[in-house]
Design a protein around this ligand. Sequence first.
Ligand SMILES: [Ca+2]
Length: 99
Amino acid sequence: MAFMRYRALPQGELTVEEFRAWLSQFDADRDGRISREELQHALRSLNVWFAWWKARGGVRTADANRDGAVAVDGEEEVARLFAFAQRHLHVKITQLVPC
Ligand SMILES: [Ca+2]
């Protein structure tokens, strides 16, 4: 794959929609789902340590329907991954569920 520059995760407090927009750029095969490999790229772009290990944990936590990936356009799986990011990546989130 060619070297790509990704949009950075916005600093400060994030909404779910901002998180989703950031996440969707890592959907390399455009199937609407973030696989473990794709999540690993996302975490690497944040210079997260142990990206492989955290990507595995993130998908495991967020994959509500157990299809092995996180649905980017689904409410539940993105919300779960968002909660995971908040706990493990020290990402600040304004609200978990958009009003
Ligand atoms: Ca994908």
